[in-house]
Design a protein around this ligand. Sequence first.
Ligand SMILES: [Zn+2]
Length: 282
Amino acid sequence: MTAESSLRADIVEVGRRMYARGYTASNDGNISVRLGADRLLMTPKSVCKGFMTPDMMCITDLEGRKLQGDRDPSSEMLMHLEVYRQRPDVQAVVHAHPPTATGFAVAGIPLDRAVLAEVLTTLGSIPIADYATPSTKALPEAVRKYIKAHDGMLLANHGALTVGADLYGAYYKMETIEHFAKISLVARMLGRENLLSREEVMRLQELRGMYGIQAPAPICAVPGTEPQSGSIPDETCQVVQAPKGDGSRLVVSPKPSAEADEIRLTYRELSALIEDAIRSLR
Ligand SMILES: [Zn+2]
C-alpha cells in the first residue's frame, strides 16, 4: 500500500467513525491531510462521511486548485487551506458538528475551564471562533485568530475544528472535545463545577513537556472561574480559567454565588407576602 492509498483509507475510516458517533449528519463535516509539501488530500463536497470510498477523495494544491479527482473538493476547503498556511506543523484537519460541543458553540460558552487533566495536557483550552457563514472567506478569518495557539476550537453556531500531526491525532482531539463537552454539561446540570487550581494547571503543563506532548502554545492560567468575554486572544498562549488554590488543595470548589441565596417568587406569591405584611402592620 502506498502512502497515498493508506491516507485515502484512513480518511474513509475516520469519516466512518465520525458518522457512527453522530459527529456529523447527512453530508456534514470534512477531512484533509497533507500529501507532501504542496498537495492536500481532501474529502469531496456533498458526500456522507459515513459512506465514502478511497477513490472519492480530491487532491488540491495549497491554493485550492484541484489537481486530481472526479469530484469537487469540500465546501470548507478555504478553512482547511488557512490552517495549513498558518500551521506548517499540522498534517491533518478534521471538521465536524458533534452535538454537545456544538451546543456549547451555539450557547457561546467556550470549553476553557480547568476541569480535566487529560484535556489540559492535550488540547489546553478550546476557544470559540466567531461565527462566519460556512464556506465563505469569513470562516478562515475567524479560525486564523485562534489556530496558531490551539489544536482544537469551537466554531460559533456551527461545529468544531481539530488539527494534528497525523489524521488520527486530529480525529482523537475531536473525540476529546465532544467527550469534554458532555462531561462539562453534566457537571453544570448537577449544579457544581469544581476546577483544578492554577498551580495544578501549571504542573500539568510541565507534564506535557515530560511526556513530549506537542502543543502549539503554553497554557496561561488566568485567575477567576468565569470566562472573560471580549478578551483579546493571544497567539502565543492558551488561556485556561483556573482559580488560585490555597497551596495544598489541587481542586477548588466554586464560591457560593449570590444566586445560591436567591429566593424566586411568582408575582402572585410576592403580592400575597406584601398583603400579609401590610395586614400585620394594621
Ligand atoms: Zn460544518
